[in-house]
Design a protein around this ligand. Structure first.
Ligand code: ZN
Length: 674
């Protein structure tokens, strides 16, 4: 599966449950850049992050229903309140039956009907639990797993249809490691997660008991589930190992994978697909899975799948299931004390399930038509700088430079929302059956994706819904994508000066562009195919430069005794550095010949860097931070706010940073790639 380069990793999609919908909240103003966020008691030369947003941090403790809070969270909440209005109107109105508006309105109605959801108890998944209980052979297991995967329940491994990374115009089948409930391999083995493991076993026991197991059976079952998952984790790669695109691309005849894992054959038959070849992400994982299948009794896999079904369904079931799921995945794992209000859990579910139906209504109401033209202009200015950098960078051989420019000339941007909206007319949504609605939308999506196997890649398709506050680079399509949800303050703000905009959305654009040339993206050629098109000397020079960032970020202590993983975060740190550096030059070009105004007492250059830092303003719970450090390829916001900047001379010039200042880095230690 392709690794999409995001701007940040969204919080795990753990839906939450809350007592009752809160009173109508007025939609606040969009969060803007503000000089009032500065903590001027701190010198920018000593601690630029605190200087840029220390006052904001003090005035904005993390809301009880969030794991972290910052510019992204504020804008997300702003968008959520817009969705709330849309969903309430859609559920109260009388849109035409079968229309997208009617479907999301009915979906919202069913999601808000907690009396019906609670009354149904575990019933919605009883047929699924019964199918698992009836498994009597490995072949049954394979078919039951296929059925679970068809309905969006994960387990044992995962398959996906996506652009073939070495033949990017056609969709291929990928088989990947998977089936673990905890977020990384390290969660099953590292000492720092011992408490999480104990809490996980306790949580699984509670879920099994809620589904009707006796306390003894539930306790024993929970231990088995953990042992099964731990054995999967033992054969799995770490997040750092998964970053190596070439090592995680192993195309083989399907028969070869079936020889490693015989259950794959009946499994694929159950899924209704039979490609001649499959791209195996981690062949050793599948060998290790087979060894486990041979060693463990069928009963172990049955209780494991029982939990996996409960886990996937819990957020949409009666409140005891939802509450237990929240307690473990949000409170224990991320430190979040309270659930978001019911309407918000509903809104997130519908956005995830039918994002383009809800997103279409959002775009009609909230996406200003001028945004696209303004983004186009900004992207043009920033790509012009990047093109010049590629032309002039002194460490690339001419042959490689030529190929890099050819790749750069082919890249495209998608802005706002899909040109053509997804057709959900075949998805049956009822106003009184929440779980069935979630299932229907989920099955539609799984089927839609599987049906792409062997077909040409649809380059117009989006991987994020329009209200999403994020952006991404797609390596096989060689395109950058900016959903409508992020094209607002504080990222994009018509009411403020260019400096603030270049420091925010400009750096975001630059970030996504440079992903095409980060430690992963550089392996894809002009056609979006994974290939080694660099000379060995160029690769060595690139890696020597990147190593400075590995060392820099690897030196940041995020929690006592726990440092940022410089290798895991390398691609994002390269993108942050390249992005802010080219956005800065684009700003300077746009200011050439114009009157340079000081605003709030700051020069354009100072406002650029302050705006960049404020995008990363963050308060985060320790547990959420611990999880982020283990799995997230993005450095924590507190380091993103200045980590790229301390490599840039213009930043030193703007704030008078000198040798001896805490923000100062020796010129020889500063990284410069693009
Ligand atoms: Zn990124």
């Amino acid at each position: 599966m392709k690794r999409y380069r995001l701007l940040l990793l969204a919080a795990a999609a753990v839906a939450a449950c809350a007592p009752l919908p809160t009173a109508e909240q007025a939609r606040p103003a969009a969060p803007r850049f503000s000089a009032a966020y500065l903590d001027t008691s701190v010198s920018p030369r000593a601690d630029f992050a605190r200087y840029a947003f220390g006052a904001w941090q003090k005035a904005n403790p993390i809301p009880a229903d969030k794991a972290r809070w910052g510019a992204f969270g504020e804008l997300d909440q702003f968008n959520q309140l817009a969705l709330k209005g849309i969903l309430e109107a859609a559920s109260a109105g009388s849109a035409e039956p079968g229309s997208g508006e009617r479907k999301v309105g009915d979906f919202f109605k069913s999601a808000m009907d907690t009396a019906a959801i609670d009354a149904a108890g575990v019933k919605p998944i009883e047929p699924g639990l019964a199918r698992i209980a009836a498994i009597a052979s490995t072949e049954d297991l394979a078919r039951a797993l296929a059925r679970l995967h068809d309905s969006g329940v994960g387990g044992m491994f995962s398959i996906a249809v996506d652009a073939d990374e070495k033949k990017s115009e056609v969709n291929a089948l990928y088989a990947y490691q998977g089936g673990m409930s905890l977020p990384s391999r390290g969660h099953y083995f590292d000492a720092q997660f011992e408490k999480i493991r104990a809490a996980f076993v306790e949580h699984v026991a509670k879920m099994l008991a809620l589904a009707g197991d006796t306390p003894e059976a539930a306790a024993a079952g929970a231990k088995t589930v953990f042992e099964v998952e731990k054995s999967l984790a033992a054969g799995a790669k770490t997040p750092v190992e998964l970053r190596d695109s070439l090592a995680n691309y192993n195309k083989m005849p399907t028969a070869e994978l079936e020889a490693k894992l015989p259950m794959f054959k009946p499994y694929l038959a159950g899924r209704g697909v039979g490609p001649a070849e499959v791209i195996v992400g981690q062949p050793k994982f599948f060998e290790s899975l087979q060894a486990q299948l041979a060693a463990r009794p069928l009963a172990d896999w049955k209780v494991y799948l029982r939990y996996r079904l409960l886990r996937a369904a819990a957020p949409y079931l009666a409140s005891p299931f939802e509450a237990e799921s929240f307690r473990f995945y949000a409170t224990v794992m991320r430190g979040t004390p309270a659930m978001e209000p019911r309407w918000q859990r509903a809104s997130r579910t519908i956005d995830g399930a039918m994002g383009e139906a809800l997103g279409k209504l959002y775009v009609e109401r909230y996406y200003p038509p001028e945004a696209e033209a303004r983004m186009d202009e900004m992207i043009r200015n920033i790509t012009a700088v990047m093109r010049d950098r590629l032309r002039n960078v002194d460490w690339m051989a001419e042959a490689t430079r030529k190929k890099a420019l050819a790749k750069f000339d082919r890249f495209t941007a998608k802005i706002g929302h899909p040109a053509k909206w997804r057709d959900y007319s075949s998805v049956a949504i009822r106003p009184d059956a929440y779980f069935a609605d979630v299932r229907a939308a989920g099955e539609f999506e799984v089927k839609r994706r599987l049906a792409k196997l062997g077909k040409p890649v649809d380059k117009a398709e989006w991987r994020m819904s329009p209200p999403t506050v994020n952006a991404y680079f797609d390596p096989t399509q060689n395109d950058i994508n900016f959903p409508a949800g992020i094209l607002q303050p504080p990222f994009f703000d018509y009411s403020l000066d260019d400096a603030v905009n270049y420091g925010a959305i400009g750096a975001v654009i630059g970030h996504e562009i440079t992903h095409g040339f980060d430690d992963q993206g550089r392996h894809y050629d002009a056609d979006g195919n994974l290939a080694d098109w660099w000379t060995a000397e160029d690769a060595a020079r690139f890696e020597a430069r990147a190593k400075k960032l590995v060392e820099q970020f690897g030196g940041y202590e995020a929690l006592p005794g726990l440092k940022v993983n410089g290798e895991l975060t390398l691609g994002e740190n390269i993108a942050d550095l390249g992005g802010v550096s080219i956005a800065f030059e684009a700003l300077e070009r746009s200011l050439a010949g114009k009157e340079r105004k000081t605003i709030d007492g700051f020069t354009p250059e100072q406002r650029f860097f302050l705006s960049f830092a404020q995008v990363w303003r963050t308060n985060i719970r320790d547990d959420a931070l611990r999880q982020q450090l283990a799995v997230d390829p993005h450095s924590p916001g507190q380091f993103r706010a200045f980590g790229a900047l301390v490599n840039l001379q213009p930043f030193y010039d703007a704030f008078g940073i000198r040798e001896g200042d805490p923000m100062w880095r020796k010129p020889g230690d500063r990284a410069k790639i693009w």
